[in-house]
Design a binder for this molecule. Structure first.
Ligand SMILES: NC(=O)c1ccc[n+]([C@@H]2O[C@H](COP(=O)([O-])OP(=O)(O)OC[C@H]3O[C@@H](n4cnc5c(N)ncnc54)[C@H](O)[C@@H]3O)[C@@H](O)[C@H]2O)c1
Length: 345
């Protein structure tokens, strides 16, 4: 299958690109290479005859039409987005332009291409979204695919808006879509402003580890390679027009997760004192959602997918990767803003 993957130089997109090529799919990676996109993330496959790169912006409709015509994909996996909640609070405009208008452009370019091809049933537009569209949970309950949308940050509002359009393009125009909403990802190639790499890298350089509020916000942690596998499974077997929640079955409070990382680092790269001593509680983020949790019943029962690693196993692999790949993350720490953001999802 030839898959057009948007945002394939980012964290999750690059995991999908690497996995899809390794499974023998042809991949066209369409990415604007914003601050979050790095060509190095796809270095393991860049010389493959199955791989092509298009440096393009999803806000530019004409270029999208050209790319569809040039490559004739069988499927689209749409991951390109502005993805960092803290950045959306500082400047929501980019989130509306890329996540809302950009998704609209992708839908329209895909629809025009699909019509020109004679509306093949087996074409797919797979939209990748977040569990944050469902809002915040109390101490109990889980998000199912029927949970009403209740986005609370500019980021989640922009993703919710894009999800609604994708469903509408299916209902109104018959575009063959599938959607996924996943929980917080972590793993190799994660941009250093996000929580897990931020904790690892601050600890390694002896800097404070900032924790919002009391660190009691709960997330369901999904290892990125498990997520990539789930996405390819939904693309292959997902029912048309249907959405699937993808979780890691690994609920942890931020403070528990951070302490687990510190303990693993104490074993792997012992410092002069336990890394937990670097934890510093800071003023909470405005509108910080208390808890997200995914009910994975649909993807498990309908498609037979479930995550392969526990959070401890995934964190261990992630820490090993950061310890072995300083050449990847060191230059990023110098970039504007990266060192100063708190990185919570
Ligand atoms: N990271 C998570 O935990 C998480 C959780 C749930 C959902 N998601 C969703 O998964 C997708 C990928 O997330 P990620 O964490 O890999 O994001 P990321 O920020 O690491 O990567 C985003 C990629 O999109 C590209 N991009 C941004 N704007 C673009 C534009 N206008 N045109 C073309 N390319 C553009 C960037 O260059 C980058 O390569 C996003 O849609 C995000 O909303 C992420």
């Amino acid at each position: 299958m030839k898959i057009l993957i948007t945002g394939g130089a980012g964290f999750i997109g690059s995991a999908v690109v690497r996995m899809a090529v390794s499974l023998g799919h042809e991949v066209v990676n369409l990415d604007a290479l914003t601050y979050a996109g790095r060509p190095e993330n796809v270095a393991p496959v860049e010389d493959s005859p199955l791989y092509a790169f298009e440096h393009a912006d999803i806000r530019d409709r004409d270029t999208l039409d050209h790319i569809f015509a040039k490559h004739s994909p069988d499927a689209v996996m749409h991951l390109a987005a502005e993805s960092h909640v803290d950045r959306s609070i500082d400047g929501p405009g980019d989130f509306v332009e890329t996540n809302v208008t950009g998704t609209y452009n992708m839908l329209e370019a895909a629809r025009a291409f699909w019509i020109k091809q004679g509306q093949p049933d087996n074409f797919r537009f797979h939209h990748i979204s977040t569990d944050e569209v469902y809002g915040s949970l109390g101490e109990s309950g889980m998000f199912t695919e029927d949970t009403p949308y209740d986005p609370r940050s500019p980021y989640s509002a922009s993703k919710a808006s894009s999800d609604h359009m994708v469903r509408a393009w299916h209902e109104t125009y018959g575009l063959p879509v599938v959607l996924t909403n996943c929980s917080n990802n972590y793993g190799p190639y994660h941009f250093p402003e996000k929580l897990v790499p931020k904790v690892i890298l601050n600890a390694l350089s002896g800097k404070e580890i900032p924790v919002y509020g009391q660190g009691l916000n709960v997330r369901d942690w999904l290892y990125v390679e498990d997520h990539a596998e789930a996405l390819l499974c939904v693309l292959d077997k997902g029912q048309l027009g249907r959405s699937y929640n993808i979780g890691g079955e690994n609920e942890r409070s931020n403070i528990d997760l951070i302490k687990t990382i510190c303990r693993l680092l104490d074993q792997k790269r012992p410092g002069t004192a336990p890394y937990e001593d670097l934890i510093a509680f800071v003023t909470d983020r405005p509108g910080h959602d208390a808890r997200y949790a995914i009910d994975p019943t649909r993807i498990r029962t309908e498609l037979g997918w479930r995550p392969s690693v526990t959070v401890e196993e995934g964190l261990e692999r992630t820490i090993d990767w950061y310890l072995e790949n300083e050449g990847w993350w060191r230059p990023l720490l110098e970039r504007e803003g990266v060192g100063t953001r708190l990185g919570h999802g």
